[in-house]
Design a protein around this ligand. Structure first.
Ligand code: XMP
Length: 512
């Protein structure tokens, strides 16, 4: 069990997951629960402290998701951020109204009095605000701690209880003293014990897998991606020879991907790995299919079929290891006012029931960055651990329209050049996901003295934290020029390269 637990009550802010991550980075384990969770449920988890998140809602509206007032009677150290501040102020006798002008961006805070929350923070400091409502009056027992030029109550504390409220967001990078404020809360006010780390998590996860699996056997689908590689390596450490891994090569992988998994996990680490060459099967079923959703469906069905066939050839298996991550778990837990719905893509959906397999999901409490850290703690190479997310249907959703082998070959070459140049320019790790897309149009060009009429490749690179929203990465022009020139010159069949500068929304990350 974690030594100290912080529960984050989620009211739907885009920053809730960031709060959880910041707290974990400070060495304290944290989890997200729905903001409206009953106080009894919260108490049963025995948290060391509570943090109330922001929200797109207005506390004074009837439909607003308010916390159970019973949480204040738990006497737990409590930090209310933005909406968490307003909702608390309102429930404890204060007054909240629409701000005269909404404030988005950094504001200068001026402290009016000392507070343990601001220990080591200058009297005037800049912090990130994003709010349309504000607290106009505090209830009895509360004291104002800070103000800004437009917000009279920008921070407050309770005189008797360990309750602290702030209008700004300490979790975002634009709040320079944010880390200090969170650390003051966790250690100075809530007196929590730190020390939660990936190494500790690793030891604990191995023990838990052993307990769950007992003498049983585990099956794990490998995709070449980070999550499944980490799950497999972790399970291997826990149950050794009783783990079977299956990689279905559907022919829609990037260049060298299947070989790399075979080398890194199979050969170097000795995982029992079967690579199934199902390329022909998938291509046959995809022939002539243009509709993206149909393509996804066909690939999903065929995947399960191949996986199941392979699994049956193995010995007895009772468990299926899956790389479910924390954002997928929160999605189902926080329905309603929780974080926005994330697409969850499980390649082997339906299989556990059909094969009567019990699930092993050792990454259920981790964020993507933490999975990478765990991968490093397990000794996996950077090239595997830092790999960008890759969709289950693979290159099939990056070739617009029908998929065939010659086009897959063109796309693989173009993509490999792009990724190679990104790595060389040290931009690979600075962008969240980057890839090439093959468009179904021909454009006129000139190669040598001859007119050409060839395909167009689009380059995509996005910054994101979870794939739900994304902005296009401002890659340097010189880098783009090199990539475009190399692709148009080296990849036969392509004479034009364009860069996609659309954010999500309104576009999505993948083109299909
Ligand atoms: P979109 O295109 O929806 O993508 O903005 C968000 C993230 O999800 C990945 N993605 C998928 N992953 N199966 C997957 O396993 C899919 O069908 C799928 N579609 C999109 C995408 O690469 C991005 O990281």
């Amino acid at each position: 069990m974690p030594r100290s637990l912080v529960l984050i009550l989620d009211f739907g802010s885009q920053y809730t997951q960031l709060i959880a991550r910041r707290v974990r980075e400070l060495g304290v384990y944290s989890e997200i629960v729905p903001g409206t969770a009953p106080a009894g449920e919260i108490a049963a988890r025995k948290p060391g402290a509570l943090i109330l998140s922001g929200s797109p809602a207005s506390g004074y509206r009837a439909e607003a998701p308010l916390p159970d007032p019973g949480i204040y009677a738990l006497e737990k150290p409590l930090l209310g951020i933005c909406y968490g501040f307003q909702a608390t102020a309102q429930l404890m006798g204060g007054q909240v109204e629409k701000a005269e002008r909404a404030e988005y961006g950094t504001a200068t805070f001026v402290r009016d009095r000392a507070s343990p929350l601001f220990e080591g923070v200058p009297k005037r400091f800049r912090a990130w605000m994003s709010h349309g409502d504000e607290v106009r009056a505090l209830g009895p027992g509360w004291t104002r701690v800070a103000h800004t030029s437009s917000c009279a109550f920008a921070a407050a504390m309770h005189e008797r209880h360990p309750f602290h409220l702030i209008q700004f967001h300490p979790e975002v990078a634009h709040t320079p003293h944010g880390r200090r404020v969170l650390s003051n809360f966790l250690f100075g006010i809530a007196h929590l014990r730190g020390g939660w780390s990936m190494r500790g998590f690793l030891r604990q996860a191995v023990t838990e897998i052993r307990t769950r699996v007992g003498e049983g056997h585990v099956l794990c689908g490998l995709s070449g991606g980070v999550d499944s590689s980490v799950v497999a390596t972790l399970c291997h450490r826990a149950v050794g020879e009783r783990l079977w891994c299956v990689l279905v090569d559907h022919g829609l992988l990037r260049r060298g991907e299947a070989e790399e998994v075979r080398r890194e996990l199979g050969e170097k680490r000795g995982l029992k790995l079967t690579v199934v060459d199902a390329r022909a099967r998938f291509l046959e079923r995809l022939a002539g299919v243009e509709d993206p959703e149909r393509k996804r469906k066909i690939i999903g069905e065929e995947f399960i079929r191949v996986f199941e066939e392979e699994a049956k050839k193995l010995g007895p298996v009772e468990f299926l290891a899956q790389g479910t991550l924390y954002p997928d778990v929160i999605e189902s837990a926080s329905a309603g006012w929780g974080a926005q719905v994330i697409k969850s893509h499980h390649n082997v959906g339906g299989l556990p029931e059909r094969m009567h397999l019990k699930l092993v999901e050792p990454l259920r409490s981790l964020f993507k960055d933490e999975v990478r850290e765990l991968g490093r703690a397990l000794g996996l190479p950077d090239a595997l651990v830092d790999r960008h997310p890759f969709p289950g249907p693979g290159l099939a959703v990056r070739i617009l329209g029908a998929v065939n082998e010659p086009d897959l070959d063109v796309l693989r070459r173009a993509d490999a050049i792009y990724i190679e140049e990104l790595r060389r320019a040290k931009w690979y790790a600075r962008t969240w996901q980057a890839f090439a897309v093959l468009l179904p149009v021909h454009s006129v060009g000139v190669k040598g003295d001859e007119r050409s009429y060839e395909r167009v490749v689009a380059l995509r690179a996005v910054d994101s934290s979870d794939g739900m929203t994304a902005d296009w990465t401002r890659l340097p022009h010189g880098l783009l020029a090199r990539v475009a020139s190399r692709i148009a010159n080296e990849v036969r069949g392509v004479n034009r390269v364009v860069f996609d500068c659309t954010s999500k929304p309104p576009a999505t990350i993948e083109w299909e």
